[in-house]
Each structure stands twice: as C-alpha cells, then as structure tokens.
Design a protein around this ligand. Structure first.
Ligand code: ADP
Ligand code: MG
Length: 766
C-alpha cells in the first residue's frame, strides 16, 4: 500500500491505477499464452504452480494467467477475454468485481478459485441456489481439475457422507444456505469425526449483492425435537375475542397492529394479571399477546397461508407458491396454528440460528462478483470491509435505457405497459417483463392472453426448469414474464440458445426488458436492466411507474407534487421523473438504515457466538472437559477413576456432559434474547436507547448462561450414571434432540415491498 492510497481510494482512483497495471500484466499473459498453446497439460500445470511462491502469493501473474487461459481454451473452449483476466486479478486481491451480465463471470470465478487453490487455500464458491452450484461445478470441472485440483458441489439432496466428501475438495461450489445449515449442524456434534463442514480460507460469492446485501439478514435456523416449550392457549382465546378499533388498531400501512389501552385492560383482566407492561410480563405474556394479535388481525388465510391436511403451509408472497421448508418465527407459527385450531407443531425448539451476513463474515477472506456491485458500494464497505472494482465490458454496450414512463394510477400504467408489449411483440422483438411478485406475473399473463399474446410465465417452480425457459427468452417475438429472482444466473442469448435467429432478433432491436415499477433501490432496477444488451448486443430497457407505486408512496411520504396527466394518465414531466428518483433515494436510505440497525442487534450475538464456538472447539479437541470437571468435582472424579474407567471413556463422557449443557445454554440464550428484542421498544421507554438496553441485557445474560452451563454440567457429572458405555445422559432426561431439521425464516409476509415492518410494537420479524 502506498502512503496515499487511502486518498486515492477515497477519490475513486484506485481502480484506474490498478487497471493500468493489470492491463500490462494481461498483455504480457496474452503473448505468453501463444507460446503455451503447444505445451502438454502437465507442463501447463507446472507453469501455473511455479507462478505461486511458497507463502501462497501469486508472484508471476502473467504466467499464471497465461497458463489458465490456455487451459480454459483447451478444456472449456473458452479463450478468456482480456477483461475477464483483469477481473481474475481483482478477485485475487479480494475485491468485489462489478461486471455486467453475460460478461462471463462463471469462468472468471473459476479461474480465480483455481488461483486461490494453487496457492494452498481452500475456496468456497458461493451461489444463490442449488441449480447454479451444480451447473457451475460441472461446467468448470475440466479447468480446475487440469491443475491437479479437486472440485465438488454441495447440494440440498446430498447426505452427510457425500457432503463430507465434497467439502474435502479444493474448490467447493455451494449454495449459501447449505453452507449455513452445515455450519449449524456441525455446532451440535459431540466428537470431531462427526464434523461435515470444512471452513474454507476464501469465499468467492457469485451474485454478491444478492447474497451479501439483499439476503444478508435472513436467519438460517436449526431446530430439534425438544418438548419444553410452553404455549398458552388462554392467550389465543382472550385475543380471539378482541374487537378492532375498541381493543386494537391496525396501522395505516396494514402491517402493524397495536393494543389500545382498553384492549390491554381487557387482556389483563381476562388473564388475571396486573400489567402486561410490568417486568414480569413484558418479555413473555406481552410477546405472546402480540403474536396472537398479529395472527388474528394481520395474517389472512389463503393469502398468507393455507391450511392443508391439518397443517399450516406458508405462501411465499413474492414467489406465489407454498414455501415448503419455511416457517414463521416460532411464536407466530404457533399463534396462527392455535388460531386455526390446528395442532401446534412448535417447530420443536430452535437450537441455533445464523444469519447469512454472520456466515459470510466468518471467512478469513471474502471476494465476489456481480453485475450490480457499484450500487452496493456502501453496504459492501460498511458490513464486510470490501471494495468494489469496476471491470469494463468486453464490447461497448449498445443497450438503450429509455426514460421512465410515468402514469398517475396503477391502472393507467398497466394499460400503457400492455400496449407497449403488444407493439414490441408485433415487431417480433423479444420482451422480458420483470414483475414484483407472482401475483403480478399472473394478472399480467391473463391480460396478455386477452390480447391474444401467449406469454411464458416463470412461476418459481424449480430453478432448473426456470433456467431452461429464461434461456430461450431471446427468441423472436417471445414474451416472458418473470419475477426479479427467477432464472438468475442464466444467460439470455439473442435468437435462442442455439442462436439460429440471432440476426433476425438483432435487427428487431434485441431483447427488450420492461419493468413494471421502479424498485426500492436502483440496484434492483439495474439487475433487471442488465438482462438486455449482453456482450454488445442491441437491447432496450424501460420502466413503467405510477404515482401509486410502493416506492413513491413510502419514499415520498409527506411530500406532495403537482402533475398534469394527459388523457391516458401519462405524466410527461422531467420534474416528476426527478421526484421518483428522489423517492427511490429515500427508500434506499431507509433500507440501508434498517440493515445497519438490525445488524447492530445481530452483531453482539455474533460476537458471543464466537466465544461459544471457541469453547466448543476446545471441549471437542482437548480433554478440557474432563480436566475441569475433575478439578471442580474431585470426589466424583476419584470415584470414577477408582471404578476402573479408562481415560478415553472419562474424557468422552465429560465432553458430552459439558457440550450438552453448553448447547442448551446457548439455545436458551438465543430464545431469551429473541424475546428481549421483541419487547425492547417497550422496555427501553424513557430509559436508554433500545440498542443500549439490549446490549446491557445481552452481556449480563451471557455471563449468566456460561456460569449456569458449567454449574449444570457439574451437577450432571455428579448424578448421571457413567460407566464403560459412557455417560447415560438420556436416562437422566438430558437427551440431545433425536431429530433436527433446518429452515430459513420466511420474509415478513406483511412487509410486502414496503419497509415499515421494523417500526412499532408489531416488529416480530427479523
Ligand atoms: P455472467 O455470469 O457474467 O452473466 P456467464 O458466466 O453466465 O456470464 O457467461 C455468459 C456466456 O458467455 C456463457 O454462455 C459463456 O459460455 C460465455 N462466455 C464466457 N466467457 C467466454 C469467452 N471467453 N469466450 C466466449 N464465450 C464466453
Ligand atoms: Mg452468472
């Protein structure tokens, strides 16, 4: 680092300087690659290996790139473009590269992963779904293997043995949630051989903004069978009789619900308690009442959930399908089940949770790639300390980004959108329409059918099927309707996958991408735009917006604008376009603020988890548990030794006892802090800020659980039968869960595309 690099970084000149350097290296590599063409695979491997020094740095970058480029052409039939080689160098220094859709990031990622692996580091290439992990591992396998390295994919359907084997590879492609679930499951093992996950030195994240920003706060949950969770059906009954307006009010956003004073008094009377807001009840009864109230007033059968075969099935509103492996946060799930008179499934007990942000921050080195990194610069810096490097496109972009078309109402906007689709369709130009959710996709499809247009609708049925449909979205006259998330990572070639109609579609203007609204951040808009105009192809992007859209309503709250719509409701005014951009900047700032605030809560638990993890590791890997218990309980230890028990039996028995209580204490802590967080806004009134209050409680409680865990372990050590078969924990009522399962906490079904979920008492979702 030069002395003034901080200054140049701040001035955004870092990438300019690096670009000049890397262009030189890439130029040299190109010349070298010409000589490498005649070399054997073995020789290429030797050259690549010799470009790395013993401490794992790539010292001869041009030789390294030349060897990889040669192997790529030979094994994959892809000769890397210069910009791809430049991108590889940026990844190797740990940046997030901004590289447009269709520029070939899969190859870039594999080359960089190979570079890391050659320097002795294990790499996890993190994908957004199973389909992409499998596809990319298979696609890139010949390249990685030609350097004598192992490559594998981890996918949902794999069993423990298969996963363990996959994690042993040098380069592992895996969806982010599987990584998280494996980490969580490994935190329950009682001897080292049971471990599955192997921490990598580097995580290389594809679609980095989706994973590191959009999904960052999604909790991954490990639950298990444990029968000690109390529910209170009385609460449901009391709440069922409450009346809207008199006892509770629903916030204007329709996403929060508040007890009135009268309502609170009724509940207190019915439950026979003094005050819901007293210290005694605020973390328990009040939370349950709020959950039941949420379930009653805000969650609507057949919109937010279905009841099927006596079971509750969540509807993923964004995808419009039953979300199989998802549950609401536990109390809420139980509250809705009670409301519907179903058997309360309890979700067992939450044993552990981990957010994606926490998971990604555990990697010693992090880097990534996406078409929309620049727009996420602030978040990547703030939450991960990452820098963004912009990579120039291989060919000059030809896409035309038309100015937004603004309408007064949603109805007028939709008419105009349909007219535009009809027009483009008549000209045989393929059209891809990006919608907010599946409901919108479906109503659009119905309206198109009425106009005699047959559209392909991506319904998030499964990722592989979607990939196949979206891959053909560039066919002449094709109309494809898709939500933002659907078909990610799939290339749309003009004229179809085999390119037979390329010229025809090119002449028609290429792929047209239409947005049905501006998103809450311009980054999401750009993710959609990026679908058109790949590799210098012609293309069009155009957004339709109305003054009734979410982004305008939440971003422009409290502001008024004057506009004169024409006969079709169109508002053709630069001022209005500016206003909408302003609304979007407001929602962007709100999103960033929510992320920062939520992370502040999560960060503390993440730090505490580190302490627990360290303790766990030392209990697993050393005979610390036995040493400690022997010291605390010398009489019992002497008794066991005198009984002639072997050392390894004593060590393992002690380990199991200690781990049992450590894990239980941690689960209790998480549950308790969850309750605290739900009621923190009430607790903190007129005292400290909620976050300070939360910290104070978390630190105090954490010390307490550690102490209690050790105490309970001593007690078990004294009382549980220990013989040659080990510690008989289950006979002492201390069985570990007999079954565990994992899930992602569903998005707040009430948050829609707004962001008010984090305000008010109604904040039950994180
Ligand atoms: P991205 O992830 O950046 O959107 P992909 O990795 O999916 O892009 O690649 C897009 C397409 O470009 C693929 O069909 C791939 O085969 C092709 N491609 C990538 N690199 C090259 C190259 N160097 N030469 C020719 N085609 C390439
Ligand atoms: Mg990709």
């Amino acid at each position: 680092m030069g002395k003034f690099d901080w200054f140049w970084n701040a001035m955004g000149a870092k990438s300019a300087k690096h670009e000049k350097q890397s262009r030189k290296i890439v130029g040299q590599a190109q010349q070298q690659a010409a000589d490498f063409d005649s070399l054997s695979d073995d020789k290429l491997r030797e050259h690549a290996r010799s470009s790395v020094n013993p401490s794992g740095e790539i010292t001869d970058k041009s030789t390294f790139l030349a060897a990889l480029a040669t192997a790529s052409s030979r094994k994959l039939g892809l000769r890397p473009y210069d910009v791809q080689s430049q991108a590889v160098l940026r990844l190797l220094t740990g940046d997030v590269i901004h590289m447009a859709t269709g520029e070939g990031k899969t190859l870039v990622g594999a080359m960089a992963a190979t570079g890391f692996a050659l320097s002795g580091k294990r790499v996890h290439v993190v994908t957004v779904n199973d389909y992409l992990a499998r596809r990319d591992a298979e696609w890139m396998r010949p390249l990685v293997e030609s350097f004598g390295l192992e490559v594998a994919a981890v996918t949902e359907s794999m069993d423990t043995a298969q996963r363990r084997q996959a994690y042993a590879a040098d380069v592992v492609y895996a969806p982010v949630k599987e990584l998280g679930f494996d980490v969580l499951r490994d935190n329950q093992i009682t001897s080292r051989e049971q471990a599955v996950f192997q921490q990598a030195d580097v995580a290389l994240v594809d679609e980095a903004d989706s994973v590191l920003v959009d999904e960052a706060l999604v909790p991954l949950v490990l639950a298990g069978t444990r029968a000690d969770q109390a529910t209170d059906p009385r609460v449901t009954t009391v709440v069922a009789n409450l009346k809207q307006e008199r006892d509770y009010t629903i916030g204007t956003d329709g996403r929060t619900v508040f007890l009135t004073d009268d309502g609170a008094a009724t509940v207190e009377k019915e439950l026979g308690i003094d005050s819901l807001y007293s210290d005694e009840h605020i973390g328990s009864t009040l939370v349950r009442v709020n959950l039941a109230l949420h379930a009653k007033a805000l969650l609507i059968r057949d919109i937010h959930y279905l009841v099927h075969d006596g079971e509750l099935k969540l509807i993923d509103t964004a995808k419009g399908r039953v979300a199989d492996l998802q549950r609401w946060p536990d109390g809420l799930q139980a509250a809705v089940e009670e409301k519907e008179g179903l058997k309360v499934t309890e979700g067992g007990r939450i044993l552990d949770t981990l957010t994606i942000q926490e998971l990604m921050r555990r990697y010693p080195q992090l880097c990534g790639m996406t078409g929309t990194a620049v727009e996420a610069t602030d978040q990547l810096r703030e939450f991960y300390g990452l820098y963004v490097s912009e990579i120039a496109p291989n060919k000059a972009p030809q896409r035309f980004d038309e100015a937004d078309r603004v309408y007064a109402t949603v109805a007028e906007k939709t008419q105009a959108l349909l007219d535009e689709i009809e027009l483009l369709h008549a000209q045989k130009q393929p059209v891809l329409i990006g919608t907010q959710d599946v409901a919108e996709s479906e109503s659009l499809d119905a309206a198109l059918t009425e106009r005699g247009i047959n559209a392909q609708v991506l319904n998030a049925k499964n990722d592989a099927e979607e990939a196949a449909i979206i891959a053909e979205a560039g066919m002449p006259g094709r109309v494809t309707v898709s939500t933002q998330m659907a078909g990610r990572g799939t290339d749309i070639k003009l004229g179809g996958t085999d390119g037979t109609h390329y010229q025809e579609v090119k002449d028609a203007g290429g792929l047209a991408v239409l947005g049905t609204t501006r998103h809450r951040s311009s980054r999401l808009d750009n993710q959609l735009r990026g679908r058109a105009g790949r590799q210098g192809d012609p293309g069009l992007s155009l957004f339709f917006v109305s003054l009734e859209d979410d982004v305008v309503i939440s971003g422009g709250a409290g502001e008024s604008v004057e506009a004169q719509p024409d006969g079709n409701g169109r508002i053709d005014s630069g001022r209005i376009v500016d206003f909408i951009a302003h609304c979007q900047r407001v929602t962007e700032a709100q999103l960033l603020e929510i992320h920062s605030q939520t992370w502040k809560y999560n960060k503390l638990l993440a730090d505490q988890r580190e302490i627990i993890d360290e303790r766990r590791s030392s209990l697993l890997d050393t005979d610390k548990a036995w040493t400690e218990l022997r010291k605390y309980e010398p009489e019992r230890a002497a008794e066991l030794v005198a009984a002639g028990l072997a050392d390894d039996v004593l060590v393992q028995a002690s380990r199991e006892i200690m781990l049992y209580h450590l894990d239980l204490a941690w689960a209790d802590h998480l549950e308790h802090m969850d309750d605290v967080r739900e009621s923190i806004h009430l607790r903190a009134i007129a005292r400290e800020t909620p976050i300070d209050e939360y910290h104070r409680i978390a630190v105090r409680e954490f010390k307490e659980i550690v102490r209690r865990g050790v105490e309970a372990a001593r007690e078990s050590f004294r009382e549980v039968v220990i013989d040659n078969a080990g510690a008989h924990l289950s006979e002492g009522g201390l069985a570990r869960p007999s079954a565990t399962w994992t899930y992602m906490v569903s998005d707040n079904p009430l948050a829609g595309s707004g962001n008010s979920a984090l305000s008010g008492i109604g904040n039950l979702f994180r």
